[in-house]
Design a binder for this molecule. Structure first.
Ligand code: C2E
Ligand code: MG
Ligand code: MG
Ligand code: MG
Length: 279
């Protein structure tokens, strides 16, 4: 009986694996065509200064509208895009689209705000500065308003090579922030060697910040550390007023999350900017 079970389990796992392999192949081949078929869209989530109550930036967040599967989350296709190298062309599209959109808003006379763009590890090569420079030139977007979001793991991998690249990007006028901060393993001593402008507190600490003393302590430490290192800090994933009030009391000035707005299409983002919403 044990043997039967083993065999069944084996079959179960093996067909399960086949399904996964098939799914992946189908997804990969459609991902290859997604750019030319214009299936990507950027949504924009406002970042709010909670002292003034106004929008000070947007984070560009990628969506893939698959013709059969519907909208696919970046958590699902970014890893595949990274493995296949497609992230290089997709990432360029994201940068260009975000810069172009922000430039359109500025040209329309709207109050200038930051545009934050996520980068993945594969994009983090020596050529990234050239790609960014070319896109800035092409779109005419002022790099002072461009913020590039990296993760701790990107930063820590080849840390010494990265410093030069990061310096090249900041020399151009771009600013750099660390996304999902607190979830990685960056050495604090190392942080100060990088030209970083901002830490983004990961939303896993924000979620229970009003009820969990550990998360509250972590959030407070990150805020204090950012300020000690002369960095800005943004809290991600703020969904409730209580979270906002507590983090504000701890000295966190900028926040992003469903409490303010979900990520929205460009037209709705523009309306938010025009309204100059106050929260
Ligand atoms: P991220 O950069 O940390 O982006 C924040 C994510 O949290 C977004 O998920 C956003 O929709 C979600 N979020 C924002 N506020 C709240 C909130 O109050 N509650 C909750 N539960 N969630 C909130 P999204 O758009 O699904 O993106 C997931 C991740 O995919 C991003 O995490 C980022 O790492 C990656 N990603 C998105 N767009 C791009 C891109 O253009 N390039 C690269 N390389 N990665 C991207
Ligand atoms: Mg991000
Ligand atoms: Mg994040
Ligand atoms: Mg993330």
């Amino acid at each position: 009986q044990a043997k039967d079970m083993d065999r069944n389990n084996f079959q179960f796992f093996s067909s399960d694996l086949n399904v996964k392999v098939m799914e992946r192949m189908v997804l990969e081949s459609s991902l290859r065509r997604a750019l030319e078929r214009d299936e990507f869209q950027l949504l924009y989530q406002p970042q709010v200064d909670v002292i003034t109550g106004s929008v000070v930036g947007f984070e560009a967040l990628l969506r893939w509208h698959h013709p059969d599967l519907g909208t696919i989350s970046p958590e699902k296709f970014i890893p595949l895009a990274e493995e296949t190298g497609l992230i290089l062309s997709i990432g360029e599209w994201v940068l260009r689209t975000a810069c172009r959109q922000a430039k359109i808003w500025q040209d329309a006379g709207l109050r200038p705000v930051r545009m934050a763009v996520n980068l993945s590890g594969r994009q983090f090569r020596m050529k990234l500065d050239e790609i960014v420079a070319a896109i800035l030139l092409e779109t005419g977007f002022d790099p002072r308003w461009l913020e590039l979001e990296l993760t701790e793991s990107i930063l820590m991998r080849n840390a010494s090579d990265n410093i030069e690249l990061l310096q090249a990007l900041t020399a151009m006028g771009c600013s750099l922030s660390i996304d999902d901060f607190g979830t990685g393993y960056s050495s604090l001593a190392y942080l100060k060697h990088f030209p970083l402008e901002r830490l983004k507190i990961d939303r896993s600490f924000v979620r229970d910040v009003t009820t969990n003393p550990d998360d509250r302590a972590i959030a407070k430490i990150i805020i204090d550390m950012a300020h000690t290192l002369k960095m800005e800090v943004t809290a991600e994933g703020v969904e409730e007023r209580e979270q906002l009030e507590l983090l504000k009391r701890y000295g966190c000035r900028e926040m992003q999350g469903f409490f303010f707005s979900r990520p929205v299409p460009a037209a709705s983002a523009e309306k938010l900017l025009r309204k100059g919403i106050t929260f």
